[in-house]
Design a protein. Structure first.
Length: 454
């Protein structure tokens, strides 16, 4: 088992119990007896039994700083870019390319398209939105695909694509909400006609289909050479379905249909695997999760596609699209996190660790480790000694997302530095941090400060 204990407040905690064999995770919450600081950890085997079969083994204890996950991309239907509606070429939020609309109908009079849904009781055609909304009045991106005035049961498809500024990287999580009403049942397979079954949901793809091609999300699923993942609801089924490399024909997630909508979070866990969490929105949420699902290796997840395929009389709504990064995602493998490089004007696709961009004597990698600005020659890691009257004390500007350790050596020729036990791994305060040797030191002693990424 792996045990993860997280303080969520002065007296509150969560405990996650993970079985290492299959990755199944169980989460519990609780309350501590008081708000006193936790000063240690104890390991126990309390009278389990006699013999080696009753031994207990422990390993890999660590303390992690719970820094807020950085948001790499985000958009929602109430963004000002959609003040006049959701249209082809609209580009709200950050971190995504403009929307590309692709619609497909077989005959004149059939209908497929996109619009901005608004849940406004003062509007006569008030849209039936429940939980997949944002803003006041509540809004969502919406689609329709139906037979229109023809009465013909053909395939109508509404699709909206947009690119990711950079493909999803290991450690990043894409999240989106969507909701819908009933969906027409039937075949999705070209070999089983009529292929007029309904599907609503989204897919992650390598590229958007050319304009002259059918935007149908299922055309590529024979080989998954473009659409690496799709999630949604298929007409005639009771539960939501997922389509991926392991199950290109789809598998039943066990999460039942709801008109309140669902939130899907997709996390790239390695170059060949992903994990998935699907949660019903509304007042009585259910949730399912899946780990170690297969991805197509070497196939970038560079586009997201939203679909309403032949749902017929009910619309489909989408909202709250985001990508949450990881502090240590490093696409160019230069030792610097991509998010830090992008925030500080460096190129996250080029190995520029050894470059001294601002010519201050510190390389870009050194500035990353210290969390100083590689574009400002006046911003670099500098330790100050205020003078002997203050004892063995050093001060320096400290980043709130870096950890610092005070080290010392009595003779400069001695290559072995020691750390002061009470001055190890101290998180910075975003201002001037002072570290002090609390013990009596000899007349000659040399100090240095080690800075680390938590």
């Amino acid at each position: 088992l792996e045990l993860q204990f997280t303080l969520t407040g002065p007296t509150n905690f969560t405990l996650q119990v993970i079985t290492l064999a299959d990755g199944v995770r169980h989460t519990f919450s609780g309350t501590l007896s008081d708000a006193d600081p936790i000063l240690g950890v104890s390991l126990y085997n309390d009278n389990a039994g006699l013999g080696p079969d009753y031994d207990a083994f422990f390993n890999q204890a660590e303390i992690l700083y719970d820094l807020p996950a950085p948001v790499r991309a985000s958009d929602h239907a109430s963004d000002s870019a959609y003040a006049s509606g959701w249209a082809d070429g609209s580009n709200g939020g950050t971190g995504f390319g403009p929307w590309i609309f692709l619609n497909s109908i077989e005959n004149a009079g059939e209908a497929a398209g996109q619009f901005l849904a608004v849940n406004d009781p003062l509007v006569a055609d008030n849209d039936d939105l429940n939980c997949s909304t944002s803003g006041v009045p509540p809004k969502a991106w919406a689609m329709y695909a139906n037979e229109g005035s023809t009465g013909d049961d053909n395939i109508q498809i509404a699709a909206a694509y947009r690119s990711l500024t950079t493909p999803l990287a290991v450690g990043e999580t894409l999240s989106i909400d969507f909701e819908h009403g009933g969906v027409q049942g039937g075949s999705l397979n070209a070999n089983v006609q009529p292929r007029t079954g309904g599907f609503v949901g989204f897919a992650l793809r390598t590229y958007a289909p050319p304009l002259q091609f059918d935007p149908d999300p299922f055309n590529a699923f024979a080989s998954l050479n473009n659409a690496s993942f799709a999630c949604g609801f298929r007409g005639g089924f009771s539960n939501y379905q997922v389509y991926d490399l392991s199950n290109p024909s789809g598998f039943d997630t066990g999460l039942p249909y709801t008109t309140d909508g669902i939130r899907v979070t997709f996390t790239v866990t390695s170059t060949t695997t992903y994990s998935l969490v699907m949660t019903q929105l509304g007042s009585n949420p259910q949730s399912v999760s899946f780990n170690n699902r297969s991805l197509n290796p070497g196939t970038p997840l560079a586009y997201i596609g939203l679909f309403d395929r032949n749902a017929e009389e009910n619309d489909t709504f989408f909202n709250n699209l985001s990508i949450v990064g990881s502090w240590d995602t490093d696409a160019d493998m230069d030792g610097m996190a991509d998010l830090w490089e992008n925030e500080n004007g460096l190129n996250s696709t080029t190995n520029d660790a050894a470059v001294d961009t601002d010519l201050d004597g510190d390389s870009n990698l050194a500035e990353y480790l210290a969390d100083t600005n590689p574009g400002n020659s006046n911003d670099y890691f500098l330790v100050s000694y205020p003078g002997p009257e203050n004892g063995d004390t050093v001060s320096f500007p400290a980043s709130s997302i870096r950890a610092y350790t005070l080290e010392y050596v009595d003779h400069p020729t001695n290559a072995t530095w020691s750390s002061h036990p009470s001055q190890i791994g101290l998180l910075g305060n975003g201002g001037i941090l002072t570290l002090t040797n609390p013990a009596t030191a000899p007349l000659q002693r040399h100090y240095r400060v080690k800075v680390q990424v938590p």
